[in-house]
Design a protein around this ligand. Structure first.
Ligand code: ADP
Ligand code: ZN
Ligand code: ZN
Length: 732
């Protein structure tokens, strides 16, 4: 009896009999894919367990139709991770599997890389020796080509050397003179070579490497904390080298590949070993190829975003999560919502290897895990070659003159740093020209029809765009309501770029945001212009905080710190502090010390004060104390049942029914809501949520286990889109 996971919404495994094949079920074991009958369909599934009995009567059981793998597609720890994720996120195991496997694997593609080869048969050789084929020059040419290569060649080489050889090959195959075969490519066991030796480690780096390396015999979790440029990547590289030398493979998770090309580059530069890169920008066949390289053990390093946490790595020796605090590790859309950072830790535990979480601004969850002794904190305090940390100062917007978003003190500082031949970074977390288009006569504001949001003015493109649903319309010259002139209100990066251009004529300025970086290569161009010193001012959004090194930047101006101060989301302040520190980390990476100016209307806000006076540590301490008081995570556990529908009533109705289905929740567990989301209407759908809060983890999961099947069975469940989000990051 084989228990098979299938990509269906049903929360269970499906039992099948051994296949009716001459070789029967010889060798069929967990982790292998099978094709099975399911209703009227045939599905590809994965054997999760082998059992001796089924709840179903024997006559209702059907045999496996086909065994697709000769060896498990997923080894035991990877399989365990999928099972763990299914339980923890309360999601059907078959669907977790579907999220974990590349699409082509789900359709039945082989796990091993194969190659199409054409070989001359014995009769082909005889025929050729007898001078055949006489009247088919193409066939003759192909035959000669193959015989010139010991009688066989891969299709790829034929295509590279001969024109339209396929027809000739087929004709020769028909005559029995050629044979076509799919040959399994064996992994090339290349010796691990370090291409370039790294620098001599600083004492703190060496201590960190030694601590983690000493733990390599089993599971252990470490937080590697250090500001940007403190040498964290160098620590990853040394530990990778150490793991490779032991014959083990390394998994490195990064928030976004496009924004961290430097990290991939540094791994490639350092190690002459095959490296597989997995991210959402790959085509299906590229993803399959990367997955196969990992599966076969050919790739010794797998570097990827979120879903790479599921990559097969038969001899995993180390897991690294860079920028562990980054929100993009959380899959917050679709049916399966998971944290790749958290799964990476689980994966390390299941594989009994160390995991290293790196950040300049660790998440409060991770700091809490350090505080309770679950993780070991390793710190890098010094920057190689730099002595002073950047100096942070607040600019009180209530008393400073401000022009086009830039206060006078900030403008003077920019002037000063430019005069000293340095570069300046201006940060604003809002792209576009202006967030609002307003009619000064009647007060009309350009709204998005599909969202509870305003349309953003994109002046250069002459468009109005919604940053939530992507709606896009021409920029009107007059108010559609009264015909009076309209004007853009507020600042986006595009407008700041223009304002700085006016203020500092002749100074080359570049901008970095999602509007500029549309294509591959755009980012490289911006980075090149800054690195070469050709550009003097960089204006950008969050994107500037990721990975690029501009040592000549000595001044950072944060234009608006206030967005995160008074949010309904309890995590907003954490994100704000992280952003400020990350942006500040861009200043003074060379020999010169950096200066950071933060414009705010609330210079007395306790959060800003603790951040300025005591740094990120001080902020984290204050913020954790606040969370403890309010009993928010990490001092409680949350799950959110989210729903969206065409009408607000449908979304709220489903959640009310779900709440009723919970009855009286057990002690220590609270249901909050349902409430409409802060931005209720998005992309034409109405969003609402019901929060479940618990002091401890086990009762929460126990409750969800009993409750979800009832929610699923409720009448309104069919009429809305809903998903359960365990450990939600954003509460909106
Ligand atoms: P992070 O990952 O924390 O931003 P990196 O590892 O990228 O830091 O280090 C920042 C810079 O310092 C890089 O250019 C790196 O090559 C260099 N570096 C790191 N460690 C050392 C060291 N021990 N000696 C000299 N240079 C170093
Ligand atoms: Zn008007
Ligand atoms: Zn919209």
């Amino acid at each position: 009896m084989f228990r098979v996971a299938l990509d269906t919404p049903l929360r269970r495994l499906f039992d099948y009999l051994p296949p009716d094949l001459p070789e029967g079920a010889v060798g069929l074991r967990p982790g292998m894919r099978v094709r099975v009958p399911f209703g009227r369909r045939r599905l590809v599934g994965l054997v999760m367990e082998v059992g001796d009995s089924s709840e179903l009567p024997a006559q209702r059981l059907k045999p496996v139709l086909e065994v697709l793998d000769a060896a498990p597609a997923l080894e035991a720890p990877a399989l365990e991770l999928i099972r763990w994720a299914a339980e923890y996120y309360h999601h059907p195991v078959g669907q977790v599997l579907a999220a974990a496997l590349p699409k082509l694997m789900r359709l039945g593609a082989g796990v091993t890389a194969t190659e199409e080869r054409w070989t001359v048969t014995a009769s082909g050789r005889e025929a050729a020796a007898a001078g055949e084929p006489r009247r088919a020059p193409k066939q003759r040419e192909l035959l000669d080509f193959l015989l010139g290569r010991d009688g066989a060649a891969p299709a790829q080489s034929l295509s590279g050397n001969l024109t339209s050889w396929r027809d000739a090959a087929r004709a020769l195959e028909m005559r029995g003179w050629l044979e076509r075969r799919e040959v399994v490519l064996a992994p090339v066991a290349e010796p691990v070579r370090v291409r370039a030796a790294g620098p001599t480690l600083l004492p703190e780096q060496r201590a960190a490497v030694e601590r983690v390396a000493a733990a390599s015999g089993g599971y252990a979790a470490f937080l590697l904390e250090g500001v940007t440029g403190s040498g964290k990547t160098e620590v990853y590289l040394r530990l990778t080298e150490e793991a490779l030398a032991r014959g083990r493979a390394v998994l490195v998770l990064v928030p976004e590949i496009g924004l961290t090309p430097q990290l991939v580059g540094r791994f490639r530069e350092r190690f002459a070993v095959p490296l597989a890169v997995l991210h959402s920008g790959l085509t299906d066949s590229e993803r399959l190829a990367a997955w196969r390289a990992a599966w076969s053990g050919q790739a010794r390093i797998v570097l990827g975003t979120r879903s790479a946490v599921f990559a097969p790595l038969p001899d995993l020796g180390l897991v690294v999560v860079d920028e562990e605090h980054d929100a993009s590790f959380k899959q917050h859309e679709g049916a399966l919502r998971y944290s790749a950072r958290d799964l990476a830790v689980v994966r390390a535990r299941l594989a009994a290897v160390p995991v290293l979480l790196g950040s300049a601004t660790p998440s409060l969850e991770t700091l809490h895990n350090v505080a309770v002794g679950r993780y070991t904190r390793l710190r890098l305090l010094r920057r190689p070659g730099v002595s002073q940390p950047p100096l942070l100062k607040l600019i009180d917007l209530r008393v400073s003159a401000i022009d086009a978003g830039i206060s006078t003190p900030a403008a003077l500082a920019i002037e000063r740093h430019l005069a000293a031949d340095a570069q300046v970074l201006v940060f604003l977390n809002r792209r576009g020209y202006a967030p609002t288009l307003l009619c000064t006569a009647c007060g009309w504001i350009a709204p998005c029809r599909e969202c509870d949001a305003r349309l953003t003015v994109h002046l250069a493109a002459q468009r109005l765009r919604c940053h939530h649903c992507g709606a896009d319309a021409p920029l009107p010259a007059r108010c559609p309501q009264c015909g009076f002139a309209v004007k853009p209100v507020g600042q986006g990066t595009e407008r700041i770029e223009a304002a700085l251009g006016t203020r500092f004529p002749g100074v080359p300025i570049v901008r970095l945001d999602r509007d500029v970086v549309r294509r591959r290569g755009d980012l490289d161009e911006v980075v090149r212009r800054m690195s070469s010193g050709e550009a003097r001012i960089l204006v950008g959004t969050q994107m500037v905080t990721k990975g690029h090194d501009f040592p000549n930047v000595t001044l950072v101006v944060v234009l608006n710190a206030d967005q995160g101060l008074f949010s309904t989301d309890f995590r907003a302040s954490e994100r704000l502090a992280q952003t400020i520190v990350q942006v500040a980390g861009r200043a003074g990476r060379g020999e010169r010390p950096g200066e950071v100016l933060i414009q705010t209307e609330f210079p007395q806000h306790p959060l800003l004060v603790s951040l300025l006076e005591r740094g990120y540590d001080g902020f984290a301490e204050a913020a954790l104390a606040e969370r403890l008081q309010a009993s928010w995570p990490p001092f409680s556990r949350l799950a959110a049942l989210r729903a969206s529908a065409k009408t607000p009533d449908a979304a709220l109705g489903f959640l009310s029914e779900a709440r009723a289905a919970a009855g009286a929740p057990p002690r220590g567990l609270k249901l909050l809501g349902p409430v409409p989301a802060a931005m209720a209407k998005r992309a034409g759908r109405y969003h609402a949520q019901l929060l479940i809060e618990s002091h401890e983890r086990p009762p929460l999961h126990q409750f969800l286990d009993g409750w979800l099947p009832r929610v699923e069975a409720s009448r309104s469940a069919q009429r809305v889109r809903w998903a359960l989000d365990v450990d939600p990051l954003e509460l909106f």
